[in-house]
Design a protein around this ligand. Sequence first.
Ligand SMILES: Nc1ncnc2c1ncn2[C@@H]1O[C@H](COP(=O)(O)OP(=O)(O)OP(=O)(O)O)[C@@H](O)[C@H]1O
Ligand SMILES: CC(=O)N[C@H]1[C@@H]2OC[C@@H](O2)[C@@H](O)[C@@H]1O[C@H](C)C(=O)O
Length: 388
Amino acid sequence: MSKVNTAAMDKQNLTAIGLMSGTSLDGVDAALVHTDGEAHVKTAQHIFRAYTDEERAVLVETMRQAVKWNFVGPSPNIFAKAEDIVDAAHVDAITSLLAKTDTQDIDLIGYHGQTVLHHAAIQGQGQGQGQKGATLQIGRGQALADEFGIPTAYDFRSNDVSVGGQGAPLAPVYHKALVMAAGLSGNTAVINIGGVSNVTVVVADGNIAASDCGPGNGPLDSWVSQNGLGEYDKDGVLSLRGTPDIARLEGWLKRPFFLKNVPKSADRYDFDVLSTMHGMSIDNGAATLSMFCALAIQNTLNQYHQAIENIVVCGGGRHNPAIIAALTEALSTRVINCDDLGWDGDALEAQAFAYMAVRHKKRLPLSFPSTTGVSNPVTGGVLATPNK
Ligand SMILES: Nc1ncnc2c1ncn2[C@@H]1O[C@H](COP(=O)(O)OP(=O)(O)OP(=O)(O)O)[C@@H](O)[C@H]1O
Ligand SMILES: CC(=O)N[C@H]1[C@@H]2OC[C@@H](O2)[C@@H](O)[C@@H]1O[C@H](C)C(=O)O
């Protein structure tokens, strides 16, 4: 199958499929975007392809082995099997997306892959002056390029890490485009609550700053599944019944991650608080973890010392009323569900990688000193061109 439109490559607006398999390991989001990689963004269809329980079990085990491997020596054998699963799930996702659209001329695919291990760069005295981090996203860009006959940008984080950046978050450049198009007045924070949470502050003149905040739904998901109650706290039912343990929260918030300056990045498994939760009821544990997510976001926003008029929330955590209530209380302000601005909060990260694929193609920067701590704005991604 070939859907490449090489003649269209030079046009200002390109059509790209963006793909994201996030730290929650719930599945793959695929989204279609028409964009010039700058101010013009027109979003189209989105689909979600869930991982099966068997697939998720392999990915969870892969991450467990990745932590032990720690980037030292040959990578664990399970990585190849996990990469097959990740590639195949993305092929399914693209196939379903293409079946849902009349658009035939796809110029690019932006393939994030699955992060299996992420070590943040250690901050130094100046931007980009510390010790470099390391990051690994599995998923073969060439496999998708060959399968669909569409050039595929992948490995978006390595370049930033190689020049001393945190390698994350990268979505801020897309958040900026959405905020500017929405015409909100005043400063805006876009908060993504996935397995890990992150924020982009877009100030009224268009400058951006960003950082990971810390735990999103990750620890709560682990608590729920460890207690045999499913994959996540659906609609916040458990959290809403419980009472947060303030003393525990105060202790958790003294951990090194929270003492670092923005911009900083995190791995889903950087917050091993579950080992300190023995004896808690399921409901109180869930309530405490929902509030942990909210306080981590508050802690990050406080570092900007800036009035923020609009707080916009996207990512799966916006579906959890306990997290939203805790966030509203912590920030003493109303939070806006991004869907109310006409954004699709479940598709946003996939859209961001479509947008970034186009920026890669145009050699535009993906990250900035104020978003990942790199010394200078840098682009990112590697391009796989179809062999057939
Ligand atoms: N109805 C719901 N009620 C409560 N929580 C929900 C609901 N729907 C989704 N979630 C939460 O959202 C999570 C998925 O969010 P999302 O897809 O944004 O994460 P991700 O993209 O995998 O993570 P990251 O952004 O860290 O890469 C689920 O694991 C769950 O915790
Ligand atoms: C290393 C990695 O995969 N980080 C993810 C993760 O999930 C949320 C947060 O942590 C963010 O930093 C990033 O993803 C988004 C898409 C980003 O780079 O903006």
